[in-house]
Design a protein around this ligand. Structure first.
Ligand code: GDP
Length: 533
């Protein structure tokens, strides 16, 4: 066998055993807890502690990290890699706070599957809806984990209905719980009719599992309270009669979401979930291309795209990192690749995997893996790198900001670092940086999805660039992008802004005002996403 055949074979094998996924959830639903437990089952116990440590980190390295701690949210995001049953799982860590939606959205694009965590007592919450839509628009299949089953829950059929009505996707239970809240005592696996019982002692977990002959199995009678068992049997009958069976094809086409029930904090239902997950979650997909076709991960030489850029990951290093998702082929450290946007070759010599503040050199990576590249300003979000011809990947979505402010440096002496700071931080994509003739009186205008983004920006300019900054919120709440050819048609005096790569947007005080503008200027197209060229 020639060397290239051997390489192709190993790329195929490595690709097949990978699962790259992200967890989407409304804050407090249990995303951190589930992440920690998944790592625990992956045998990465020491890592599991580290996830927790993020929430109450003592030795914060900067004020910005301090803020993350104060708010108990995760502002930075990275990817965690762990092995489970001979599979390599790449878990993209998406910030959960609603203000970080744009960053989160972009990270989702790097995932092949999303795990939607719902709080059984709360059902589908606002942040879940937004994140869900991004996944569905992108064709990313979604698995649902209904968490906190040990607490009072909404009626279970109501929860399934809510998923269908609010999210427009059919919910197919893969397991069914035996009791809920204080009576929660196990789950029944619909596929193989196995029963998994739950130990209700403090900090409990899975107690035992056994093969039943089905829900009528007489062995169950002595194991559970009569009325819990009666309700369970009735419910399963309803499920079997009224809800269809799981179809892998429908799941991959985002027509259905398989549903699991459990309690992350009590370690229950996680392993069962993970085992199913390996079976149904797709290995790194044939990545979508601009023309609607897909990129073959195995036969195409190395390619990947930058979905996140972050400055000052580590204050001691003071560097910027670009996170790249491998889409095809094998990555090897030192590889010379073509940089699509710059139209030149670059050598990928500094590649890392991150875990919080720790970094390890990565020598090779396969489709689905995430690598961090030291970024001396070479890489921007959306850049595509490839060892052969640069593929035309489907572009990352860019969202229209919803709040705006002007930015001014309060110390003339710090102007230079102020400029450098806003440029670098805007490059990370944590917010949009605009200039305008009409808005903001000549000051840079920033746009974001939420106010917390502004606060992080201000703190980081101060901490990392030594530039004290004033942020003045502007009265606009709605924006839309303009196609290049329509910019000249915009009436004088409109709130026209332009971003760093010359994409124009219009700002409005309200949806009503936007509607009025559209009525008056029907020839101007107002877009939710900017045109990508
Ligand atoms: P995140 O904001 O989505 O990351 O949520 P966390 O994982 O931090 O969980 C929020 C809170 O819910 C924490 O106090 C957890 O201990 C708690 N929690 C998580 N999972 C469960 C569960 O299965 N049952 C109960 N009762 N509490 C849970």
């Amino acid at each position: 066998m020639s060397e290239s055949v051997v390489t192709q074979k190993s790329v195929e094998e490595e690709t097949k055993r990978r699962r790259t996924f992200a967890i989407i959830a409304h804050p407090d639903a249990g995303k951190t807890t589930l992440t920690e437990k998944l790592l625990l089952y992956g045998g990465a116990i020491q890592l599991a502690g580290a996830v927790k440590a993020r929430k109450n980190r003592k030795a914060a390295t900067s004020d910005w990290m301090e803020m993350e701690k104060e708010k108990g949210i995760s502002i930075t995001s990275a990817a965690l890699q762990f092995e489970y049953k001979n599979h390599v799982l790449n878990l993209l860590d998406t910030p959960g706070h609603e203000d970080f939606s744009e960053d989160t959205y972009r990270t989702l694009i790097a995932a092949d599957t999303a795990v939607m965590v719902l709080d059984a007592g709360k059902g589908v919450e606002p942040q879940t809806i937004k994140l869900f839509k991004v996944c569905r628009d992108r064709g990313i299949p979604i698995v649902t984990f209904i968490n906190k089953m040990d607490r009072p829950t909404k009626p279970l059929f109501e929860l399934l209905d809510e998923i269908e009505k609010v999210l427009g996707i059919t919910a197919i239970p893969m397991v069914w719980p035996i009791g809920t809240g204080v009576d929660f005592s196990g789950v029944y696996n619909r596929l193989d009719k196995k029963i998994y019982t739950y130990d209700r002692t403090p900090g409990g977990s899975q107690k035992s599992s056994f093969q039943s002959s089905g829900i009528e199995d007489p062995n169950l009678d002595s194991m559970f309270e009569d009325w819990v068992l009666k309700a369970f049997r009735e419910e399963v009958e309803l499920v079997e009669d009224g809800i269809g069976k799981f179809s892998l094809q429908d799941f991959l086409e985002s027509k259905i979401t398989p549903v699991f029930f459990g309690s992350a904090v009590n370690n229950f239902g996680i392993q069962l979930f993970l085992d199913h997950f390996l079976e149904i979650a797709p290995p790194p997909l044939y990545f979508p291309l601009k023309d609607g076709s897909r990129l073959d991960p195995v036969t195409t030489p190395f390619s990947g795209f930058v979905f996140k850029v972050q400055a000052n990951m580590n204050k001691a290093h003071r560097d910027r990192i670009a996170f790249l998702r491998v889409c095809s082929g094998k990555f090897e450290r030192g590889l010379n690749v073509n940089h699509g946007r710059l139209g030149k070759q670059v050598k990928l010599s500094s590649s890392f995997a991150f875990f919080g503040q720790d970094r390890n050199t990565v020598d090779e990576a396969y489709p689905g893996d995430i690598i961090g590249l030291v970024n001396p300003g070479t890489y921007a979000i959306g850049d595509v790198l490839a060892s052969g011809k640069v593929p035309d990947l489907k572009p990352l979505p860019v969202f229209a900001p919803e709040i705006f402010a002007t930015l001014s440096c309060v110390e003339t002496g710090a102007l230079k670092s102020f400029r450098k700071g806003i440029e670098q931080l805007a490059e990370e994509g944590i917010l949009h940086l605009f200039t305008s003739q009409t808005v903001g009186g000549g000051l840079p205008v920033i746009g974001a999805m939420g106010q917390l983004q502004f606060e992080v920006f201000r703190r980081r300019l101060q901490d990392e660039y030594g530039a004290p900054t004033n942020i003045n919120i502007l009265p606009y709440q709605v924006s839309c992008w303009l196609p290049e050819e329509d910019v000249a048609k915009v009436p004088v005096g409109s709130n026209l802004v332009v971003d760093s790569i010359n994409r124009a947007a219009l700002l409005f005080d309200s949806e009503w005002e936007k509607g009025y503008f559209q009525k008056k200027n029907p020839e101007i197209r107002l877009l939710d996403y900017p045109t990508q060229e």
